[in-house]
Design a protein around this ligand. Structure first.
Ligand code: HAM
Length: 420
């Protein structure tokens, strides 16, 4: 071991497990790519003010969890704690919303950073695949996103997840509810921290996990009873579209989410095998975010799924993804001349699209065959001086053990034929 270790709350993705992470990213992005979402990549850091205004001054993410720093040039930046604010910032900056083609549909995949207390499923560096549909208010768009996430999870073989759905109202009805909730909460016996939360973000108190708080919340006004007609009708349409698509969900009127920008539709994907960090993904509508960061009114909706937690969910369900072996052919040279010739064959095979690896470092036959087996290759190419003198290499089927000589100049054809 070296003197250095991965920083607290982080871990490295290493082969062979890292292949599962790649496969999960593929599985989540596949349905998006197939539904009109274009790929976007933004910097790993942004002006800290973007998150303060976008994600919200009263959220844990901004007040406690942000990696914020000042650069040598005096800029105040933060490592991105989430993707939505950055993606919207980038879309606005590039005027994507002015192309006359709304919604602007974007997907992304990358690293995010939150200074959280690490535990299983909660890390300081984690990975999300996300999607944002910007500039359109249409319940079918909310439904589309939920359906695509459901499709992605099902394609991975996941079954024990649930979709929690709620509406947080809009700028008409939520303030009325907020005031009513504050009135109620101010009559309760709460600690100072929670009282402060009642002032800045009362809806979050509904989410408080402590029994002592939950007990007092019986009889609290519920947002459902305050939703305006427009929000109710919108929500009902989202629900109907999901039902028609055969996507099961649970109404969860206590689902609040930890980011301030949400309006109307909010949802979370939770997995029952993950313990306390059960949210594998989440999202919702954020009709006011664009204006909050200085843009025009652009009603939008999106989600992000956590790659780390999705991998944990696979483990919890005992699902091993069917990941094809990275190597199809493994070449084993015996001797210096064979090394030179076979290296040429390896290059030719690779140029023909065959995944090929080579026994480097002058290993003996036994060790080299061990590496060949470990690589998962179906075929080995073995060549010694005598074979080469006759213009041959030995093609060995690593499953059956059967070995056949093949003319050197026919190897690429024969290998591609055998691999089908
Ligand atoms: P979020 O709920 O904060 O939403 O994060 C989405 C997912 O990222 C979570 O469900 C979880 O799987 C994963 N995640 C978050 N924090 C951690 C962590 N510390 N360790 C491991 N995984 C984590 C958002 O980020 C919003 N931007 C989603 C969104 C997109 N809303 C609208 N558009």
């Amino acid at each position: 071991m070296s003197t250095f270790q991965a920083p607290k709350g982080t871990y490295d993705l290493l082969p062979p497990n890292s292949a599962t992470y790649l496969a999960v990213r593929e599985a989540i992005s596949g349905p998006l790519k197939n539904s009109g979402y274009g790929y976007i990549e933004t910097p790993g850091f942004e002006n800290v003010e973007l998150f303060a205004r976008g994600v919200g001054e009263s959220t844990d993410i901004v007040t406690k969890e942000m990696y914020a720093f000042e650069t040598k040039g005096g800029d105040r930046l933060a490592l991105r704690p989430e993707g939505t604010a950055s993606v919207l910032r980038a879309a606005l900056e590039a005027n994507l919303h002015k192309g006359g083609n709304l919604p602007v549909k974007l997907w992304y995949s990358g690293s995010y950073y939150r200074y959280e207390r690490p535990q299983k499923g909660r890390y300081r560096h984690f990975s999300q695949v996300g999607a944002e549909a910007i500039g359109t208010e249409d319940p079918a768009l909310d439904a589309e996103l939920i359906i695509l996430a459901d499709q992605a999870y099902r394609s991975l073989g996941l079954r024990n997840f649930r979709i929690l759905l709620n509406s947080l109202g809009d700028k008409e009805c939520r303030p009325v509810y907020r005031a009513a909730l504050q009135d109620f909460l101010r009559g309760l016996d709460l600690d100072d921290d929670t009282r402060r939360r009642v002032d800045i973000n009362p809806l979050r108190v509904l989410d408080d996990k402590r029994e002592s708080v939950q007990r007092q919340l019986t009889g609290a006004p519920m947002l459902r009873d305050y939703l305006c007609e427009a929000c109710k009708a919108y929500h009902e349409q989202v629900r109907e579209l999901l039902t028609a698509a055969g996507v099961a969900f649970e109404d969860d009127e206590k689902l609040v989410r930890g980011l301030d920008y949400y309006t109307r539709t909010t949802f979370e994907f939770v997995h029952d095998g993950l313990g306390s960090q059960s949210a594998v993904g989440g999202g919702g509508r954020y009709d006011g975010l664009s204006e909050m960061i200085g843009g025009p009114a652009l009603p939008s909706v999106g989600w992000a799924l956590g790659v780390d937690r999705t991998v944990l969910a696979l483990e919890a369900e005992g699902i091993a993804l069917d990941i094809p072996a990275a190597t199809a052919v493994y070449a084993v040279p015996l001797g210096e001349e064979a090394r030179r010739v076979l290296f040429g064959t390896v290059t030719a095979l690779r140029r023909a699209g065959v995944a090929t690896d080579f026994a480097y470092g002058g290993k003996g036959l036994k060790n080299a065959m061990k590496s060949a087996n470990r690589s998962g290759a179906r075929l080995a190419l073995v060549a010694g001086e005598r074979d080469l003198a006759e213009g041959l290499v030995q093609l060995k089927d690593l499953e059956s053990g059967e070995q056949t000589p093949v003319a050197l100049d026919a190897v690429v054809d024969e290998v591609t034929r055998r691999l089908g």
